[in-house]
Design a protein around this ligand. Structure first.
Ligand SMILES: Cc1cc2nc3c(=O)[nH]c(=O)nc-3n(C[C@H](O)[C@H](O)[C@H](O)COP(=O)(O)OP(=O)(O)OC[C@H]3O[C@@H](n4cnc5c(N)ncnc54)[C@H](O)[C@@H]3O)c2cc1C
Length: 458
């Protein structure tokens, strides 16, 4: 019997395996690459990116893991608040003045200011709720965040808005993968804190691309990591877990003392048997939205306006945000600017629903048309492009999600849950829950060995 089996090779699974690497473990990944929804590929000094890309800074779990594994990440120098809307691009200065710099009617500006003041007040309150309190358990903080404005949607909170006023709020909120009509008011407000205050959350890029971190761990796991191993069933018994997977067309079953399930909640719900029924039920209540994204490599020469910008918000387009993934490379250049850049655009929620069933070529055609309008001449500098579609893009926080959390936080028996859907901080939650599951199992394995009749042989 193995000490533990880790299911899933994303950024929750790899930290769990990293913590348990000195024990008798295997990590099973269904796909042919490590990283899950962290998906990046190097291209010379740049990297193309299709999935998660910004990480927690100093003192975060991401920071701790990066340092342990020996992978570099740096704070992003560029602006997060550029806006391309109504034929104009704004970058810098007070974002509250943006509505007055765009060709909008006074009625629309008044709507934006009124709703904006409401959101600003709520962001201040969210900031207080979000702040860690001395000595408190992380689960208490997480529950407080989920409880914040949890009984209505963001759209109900702002009230009805005209399309141009709505455009100031929708792209930011729907980055959650849910539309303002779907996500809780508190979660929507939380997104504005992320955008308005870089220091409040995720603002770092991994040098070489996001997937560098899980891949580095995967490399160190050696033959403890099994690729192309799709887990079909995980059964929890009193004193062990039984895991069945398919690899190269063959089915395998192994027993382990513990298992860490790091697959999205939908998959964990489908494959696990024998979980506490309350936890099992809670897994079934997690809601995901789609994401469609595309990466572009370009070959322009000389400085460009986007060099100092990381994120452009692009309302009323097929994607709602465009990222300059070469922003970090620019800041690391000592002398001359190298030719080229790397861009990512993404479409969550309804935008993704409109694209996810179209052929990739059609999605690229739609994206290229919009990119040409945002960055005139873009069409002439693209040298590589490709699309990714994520059906379970991200779990979004819906009204009532707070009531599901205590069920998910029940003490585990033999099956541990880890993954981004367990909290509010995406990669940070994934890494945290993976590391903590690994640490807890390590200490259980240690105490198990001290007990008589434990089945361990020395
Ligand atoms: C376009 C996009 C942009 C994003 N931007 C950011 C960002 O900037 N910052 C941020 O913090 N987060 C961001 N996120 C979210 C972030 O990517 C996720 O929160 C994080 O990667 C989730 O990691 P995970 O390990 O929990 O899940 P996953 O990455 O989904 O990992 C689960 C793994 O399990 C594997 N698996 C599935 N089924 C099985 C099975 N049956 N057997 C074995 N293995 C299986 C999958 O192949 C996958 O590798 C973004 C996501 C997307 C899609």
């Amino acid at each position: 019997m193995r000490d533990a089996i880790i299911v899933g090779g994303g950024i929750a699974g790899m930290p769990a395996a990293w913590r348990l690497r000195h024990s008798d473990i295997i990590a099973l990944e269904a796909g042919n690459r490590i990283g899950g929804r962290l998906r990046s590929e190097r291209r010379g000094k740049y990297w193309l990116n299709w999935g998660g890309h910004v990480f927690g800074g100093e003192g975060s779990y991401a920071d701790k893991l990066l340092k342990e594994v020996g992978v570099d990440a740096l704070d992003l120098p560029g602006s997060f608040s550029a806006l391309s809307f109504k034929g104009k691009t704004l970058n810098g200065g007070n974002v509250n003045l943006y509505p007055f710099k765009l060709p909008l009617s006074w009625g629309t500006r008044w709507e934006i200011v009124k709703a904006g003041l409401k959101v600003m007040k709520a962001v201040k309150a969210y900031g207080r709720v979000n702040k860690p309190r001395k000595g408190e358990d992380y689960r208490v903080r997480q529950q407080r965040i989920y409880d914040f404005m949890a009984d209505k949607t963001f759209a109900e909170f702002t009230g009805p808005l005209s399309p141009d006023a709505d455009a100031f709020f929708r792209p930011t909120v729907s980055r959650s993968s849910g539309d303002p009509e779907e996500i809780s008011a508190g979660a929507g407000v939380g997104y504005f804190l992320l955008v308005w205050d870089k220091g409040a959350g995720l603002a770092r890029n991994i040098v070489g691309g996001a997937a560098t971190l899980p891949q580095a761990i995967g490399d160190k796991l050696g033959d403890k990591l099994k690729m192309g191993a799709e887990v079909l069933q995980v059964v929890q018994h009193n004193d062990h877990v039984e895991v069945t997977w398919r690899q190269d067309g063959k089915e395998h079953t192994e027993k382990a003392r513990y298992c860490v399930m790091t697959t999205p909640a939908t998959i964990t719900h489908r494959v696990t048997k024998g979980l506490d029924p309350v936890v099992y039920d809670a897994l079934g209540k997690i809601k995901y939205g789609h994401y469609v994204s595309a990466a572009f490599l370009t070959n322009e020469t000389g400085r460009h306006a986007w060099d100092d910008v990381y994120a452009y918000c692009t309302p009323q387009r097929s994607f709602n945000i465009a990222f300059n993934m070469s922003n970090l490379v620019r800041s690391m250049e000592g002398g001359e600017r190298a030719p080229g850049s790397s861009f990512m655009v993404f479409s969550p929620a309804t935008l993704a629903r409109n694209l996810i069933n179209l052929p990739d070529e059609k999605v690229l055609e739609i994206y290229r048309k919009d990119l040409e309008e945002v960055f005139p001449g873009f069409g002439n500098i693209v040298v590589e492009q490709s699309v990714q579609k994520f059906h379970d893009g991200l779990a979004y926080c819906f009204p009532g999600r707070n009531k599901v959390q205590p069920m998910l936080m029940r003490a585990p028996n033999r099956i541990y849950l880890a993954g981004d859907y367990l909290g509010s901080w995406y990669t940070e939650t994934a890494i945290q829950t993976g590391l903590l599951a690994g640490e807890d199992i390590n200490s259980k394995l240690y105490t198990d060995k001290l007990l008589p009749d434990n089945g361990f042989s020395y």
